[in-house]
Every structure is written in structure tokens, then in C-alpha cells.
Design a protein around this ligand. Structure first.
Ligand code: C2E
Ligand code: CA
Ligand code: CA
Ligand code: CA
Length: 273
């Protein structure tokens, strides 16, 4: 298999038995994927529950692998983080998301996921500022999603505060899945909480999930923070979330993530109606 020219492109090469060698091969493949512009952003619509209008989109990265087809971020973001490549890839994601959002017929929000490693590898403030300057997108349209795996050091906190001062919103992703959700919430003035889809999934049959969702929304309301429920797949869930007072909903029921072309059409169709 050593002479196989396609080898560096394989996600999982059965001939590589050493997991470290496999990881190195994946990292090499990611490097060339970045150079060859094989990454692509998909956009998933987010519905505003108060107005029933589209609020914005979350940008979700995919790897359009020449042989494997669409590869999920769950399969390559960890390797991109370990190798540090997420720095460059993350800069590209910010720029591409902002310039795409600028091409839409409506000035909707665009939410971009940030990896903890971007805070170690990059001056995140400069990366974001550059994406805004290059695209000309107003900072008010940009939402940055971080999880509690981003360590809120003094430096990271200062960076996020400078971004907020520019007008960018900061969202706490996957709320409720980590160990320190409450203290994390206290350590930074987040603009939004994203309620993890595991709670939404459980809310119809498990009363504990329902209780956690209600408590989270109540807490967010008290803190003057908005809430987005993720992974909404049924009308039942959507109605229950509306009743519980969630601000926004995102999930396959509303729309699946779609390509740059598809989201542009989706948005201009909204304007037509
Ligand atoms: P996430 O930020 O929690 O993103 C939400 C995930 O839920 C997305 O998976 C989305 O496609 C999926 N999803 C949305 N609605 C539904 C639904 O109704 N049902 C179900 N079962 N799933 C739904 P995706 O795109 O595979 O992304 C997975 C994770 O990869 C993301 O989780 C995020 O942590 C990471 N990721 C994605 N894009 C980026 C990126 O651009 N940068 C970074 N650093 N991480 C990213
Ligand atoms: Ca997210
Ligand atoms: Ca999430
Ligand atoms: Ca997640």
C-alpha cells in the first residue's frame, strides 16, 4: 500500500495499524485538504420563536473528500486541533462564513463555532476582526459559539470582551453537557445559551430532561440571556420549547444544514413570501 498515491487522502487506512501513524496520515491529509480548498461550510437555519421568522444560520464545516465524499467535522476537527491546523482552518471558516452571510438577501445572523485550540494558536480577536474587515459584515451579525472546553483564562476572557465591545455576540454551546456549566456561565457575560440536543431529544419521554430545559430557560431569562434549543426534530418538541419560552429553535424539523448555494436560495425564497 506504500506506493498508493491516494494513501494520504484516506481517513482510515486499514493497512496502518499504529494509531499514531494513522493520526499522522490524517493530519497530512488535512493539510492538503486545506491547501486544495476541500473544506466547505454548510449552513443550518435557526428559527426565531417569538416572530416565527428566520433568525440566522449556524455555519458547520464539512470536508468534501475527493474519494470519501462528505466527511463529518466530528471525524476531523479533533485531528485538526491536535495538529494545530485548526488555527488556519478556523481563520478560513470565519472569513468564509462572513463573506457568505454578506451575499444573502437578508441581513441574518451567522453563528460560527470556535475551537479551544484557536485561542491557543491564534490571536482570536485579530482573526475575527480580519474576517469582519475583509467581508465588510457588521459585527452585530456575527455570533461566536464556544463550549466550556474553552478555558476562560484572563487572556481569553479579555479577548471575548473586546469582541463583545465590537458588537459580536458570544454564545455558550452544548449547555448542560459539561461538568461546570453553572460556574462557566458565571465567569463570562454570555449573550446566548445553546441547549444541547440531548436534552431536547429526551424532553418528550424523560421528565428530567424537560425539567432541565425549563430550569435552563428560566435561568437564562433571569440573566437576560437568550436561548437556542438544538436538535429539534419533531413538532411536539417545537411546541414544548415554545411553551417553555425558548428564544430560538434549530434542528432537522426546521431545516437540515445546507450548502452555500442552497442556503442563498432558501433565504431569497423567504424574502419573496
Ligand atoms: P455543534 O456545534 O453542537 O453543532 C450541531 C450539530 O448538530 C451539527 O452536527 C448539526 O448538523 C447537528 N444537528 C442539527 N440539527 C440536528 C437535528 O435535528 N438532529 C440531529 N441529530 N443533529 C442535528 P455537525 O455539523 O456534524 O457538527 C458536529 C460538531 O462539529 C459541532 O457540534 C461542532 O462541535 C463541530 N463543528 C462543526 N463545524 C465546526 C466549525 O466550523 N468549527 C469548529 N471548531 N467546530 C465545528
Ligand atoms: Ca455549535
Ligand atoms: Ca451544540
Ligand atoms: Ca455538540
Amino acid at each position: 500500500a506504500k506506493s498508493d498515491p491516494d494513501r494520504s487522502y484516506r481517513l482510515y487506512d486499514a493497512s496502518i495499524k499504529d494509531p499514531r501513524a494513522e493520526r499522522r496520515a490524517l493530519e497530512g491529509a488535512l493539510k492538503s485538504a486545506h491547501d486544495n480548498r476541500e473544506f466547505e461550510l454548510y449552513y443550518q437555519p435557526i428559527l426565531d420563536l417569538a416572530t416565527n421568522r428566520m433568525w440566522g444560520c449556524e455555519a458547520l464545516v464539512r470536508w468534501k473528500h475527493p474519494a470519501k465524499g462528505m466527511v463529518s467535522p466530528l471525524q476531523f476537527i479533533p485531528a485538526a486541533e491536535e495538529s494545530g491546523l485548526i488555527g488556519q482552518i478556523g481563520d478560513w471558516i470565519l472569513e468564509d462564513a462572513c463573506s457568505t452571510a454578506m451575499s444573502w438577501d437578508l441581513p441574518l445572523k451567522v453563528a460560527v463555532n470556535l475551537s479551544p485550540v484557536q485561542f491557543q494558536r491564534r490571536d482570536v480577536f485579530s482573526s475575527v476582526k480580519q474576517a469582519l474587515d475583509k467581508s465588510g459584515m457588521p459585527a452585530q451579525r456575527l455570533v461566536l459559539e464556544i463550549t466550556e472546553s474553552v478555558k476562560l483564562t484572563e487572556e481569553a476572557t479579555a479577548t471575548l470582551k473586546r469582541l463583545k465591545a465590537l458588537g459580536v455576540s458570544i454564545s455558550l454551546d452544548d449547555f448542560g453537557t459539561g461538568y461546570a456549566s453553572m460556574s462557566y456561565l458565571r465567569s463570562f457575560p454570555f449573550d446566548k445559551i445553546k441547549i444541547d440536543q440531548s436534552f431536547v431529544r429526551g424532553m418528550m419521554d424523560a421528565s428530567d430532561s424537560r425539567a432541565i430545559i425549563k430550569a435552563t430557560i428560566g435561568l437564562a431569562n433571569d440573566l437576560k440571556i437568550s436561548t437556542t434549543a438544538e436538535g429539534v426534530e419533531t413538532e411536539e418538541q417545537l411546541n414544548a420549547l415554545r411553551l417553555a419560552g425558548a428564544s430560538q429553535a434549530q434542528g432537522y424539523l426546521i431545516a437540515k444544514p445546507m450548502s452555500r448555494e442552497a442556503i442563498a436560495t432558501f433565504i431569497s425564497d423567504l424574502r419573496g413570501t
